[in-house]
Design a protein around this ligand. Structure first.
Ligand code: NAP
Length: 276
């Protein structure tokens, strides 16, 4: 029986066991996926013992993504660019690490808007934290022409721009209105709008009505920012799809079958989020 897990500290809030448990059940795979609370000082030992403890791999969540990166025997280009991993798998006794948040974001966007092309498009990304860092390489790989990071702390946006390479720019929050002009996609990756945080309150007026507005926050399922954008006539995509789609590759790497994000799975996780 193959087994996998998610490690973090704390870990009680993780919905990954629900997602992978759904796939194990519906695909009829004999396997398990559990939450394991791992304290920061124990991350290295836990990962080094992963195979000995019978795991095919694991997900890594806050605050261990960077620490886990440092323990990997092999990482792919995406993980190297991020300096972080969220998915670990064992191959030939070696620990391999990757990050699937960016592909999860893109897959979620394209599952909702299959005809959308980012080729040569202008994308505005609000925030310069870990999730902005994960998403930008996927925008670049989708051919985005210009990605503008707008962040409260300009120095953080500039540091991220420097790490991401050509086609990426950094701007201060007060230039947002100018940057929205001509954008095809606006993404909120700040924590604003998350349960317990103030709402993200910006004027979408300069954003073309043809643009897609995305918020990666998924608690609540629809933030006030996203609701306002939808009511103003924009096409919108919330954060739940990213959470579900980022899980696909890990499952495939550990259990050998590529799972599908079904409406039934979406409903299951929506119900769990609404309980929170
Ligand atoms: N859907 C998914 O699968 C998924 C995956 C990962 C994360 N998320 C969500 O994404 C959000 C961000 O996660 P993260 O890991 O990127 O967080 P992070 O690394 O802590 O970054 C937070 C970002 O929010 C900005 N911010 C915080 N408070 C602000 C305020 N009052 N005004 C303006 N900007 C503010 C920060 O700006 P400064 O740089 O100026 O501090 C920073 O850019 C969280 O809500 C998380 O739940 C969703």
């Amino acid at each position: 029986m193959k087994k996998a897990c998610v490690i973090g500290w704390p870990i009680a809030h993780s919905r990954s066991p629900l997602i992978h448990g759904y796939w194990l059940r519906t695909l009829g795979i004999e396997g398990s996926y559990e939450k394991v609370p791992v304290e920061p000082q124990d991350v290295e030992n836990f990962l080094r013992d992963l195979k000995a403890n019978g795991y095919a791999g694991c997900n890594v969540t806050i605050p261990h993504k960077e620490a886990a990166y440092a323990v990997m025997d092999r990482v792919d280009d995406i993980a190297r660019k991020l300096g972080a991993v969220n998915t670990v798998y064992v191959r030939g006794g070696k620990l391999h690490g990757t990050s699937t948040d960016g592909e999860g974001f893109l897959a979620s966007l394209l599952s909702k808007f299959p005809a959308m092309s980012l080729r040569d498009a202008k994308v505005v990304i609000l925030g310069a934290g870990g999730s902005a860092r994960s998403i930008i390489p996927s925008l670049q790989s989708a051919g985005a022409g210009q990605t503008v990071i707008v962040n409260r702390s300009l120095d953080r946006a500039e540091k991220l721009r420097g790490d991401m390479g050509p086609g990426v720019e950094a701007r201060a929050w007060n230039s947002l209105a100018d940057e929205l002009r001509g954008a095809a996609l606006l993404i909120n990756t700040t924590s604003l709008g998350m349960h317990g945080q103030p709402d993200l309150d910006i004027d979408l007026g300069p954003l073309p009505k043809t643009a897609v507005v995305s918020d990666i926050v998924y608690v609540p399922l629809e933030t006030a920012f996203l609701r306002d954008a939808r009511q103003a006539g924009y096409r919108t995509v919330g954060g739940l799809g990213m959470l579900l789609h980022q899980a696909v590759r890990g499952f495939e790497l550990w259990f050998g079958v590529r799972p599908t994000v079904t409406p039934e799975l979406e409903q299951l996780i929506m119900q769990d989020v609404m309980k929170a």
